[in-house]
Design a protein around this ligand. Structure first.
Ligand code: HEC
Length: 102
């Protein structure tokens, strides 16, 4: 019995690890949003991530950024930003965060 409990706990830890990789901003994500004209920092991605978690999981499950491509996100964002009542600055942070995951 104890072996099953140990295995179960192990699986939960592994599952949480992959959820972290899916959602947490990491240094290598920066290359996907940075261009010569606009420099986004890891700190900004973290702010965007925190806003995303706080604003986008109230009405439904937190959407996985990679489940949509950039143009699909651009279609979804305006409606959801209104629903979440975000300021333009907050919208920009979330946009950078989501695009850094694509
Ligand atoms: C006030 C409630 C509410 C908030 C806050 C909210 N949503 Fe939604 N969201 C909905 C509802 C209701 C639907 C399904 C109906 C629809 O598409 O309008 C939906 C659908 C979605 C979908 C699926 C749409 C599709 O066409 O596949 C995505 C992706 C999404 N939301 C992302 C977000 C993001 C990102 C945020 C944060 C900025 C957010 N939502 C905040 C209510 C909300």
């Amino acid at each position: 019995m104890r072996i099953f409990i140990t295995l179960f706990i192990f699986l939960i830890i592994v599952a949480c690890g992959s959820v972290k990789n899916t959602f947490y901003p990491v240094e290598s994500d920066l290359t996907k949003v940075n261009s010569p004209g606009s420099i986004v920092t890891l700190e900004e991605l973290n702010k965007g991530y925190n806003l995303y978690v706080a604003s986008c999981a109230g009405c439904h499950w937190l959407p996985v950024p990679t489940k949509k491509n950039k143009s699909d996100w651009e279609q979804v964002f305006p409606e959801m930003f209104l629903k979440a009542k975000l300021t333009p600055d907050q919208q920009q942070l979330i946009r950078h965060y989501v695009f850094s995951k694509l």
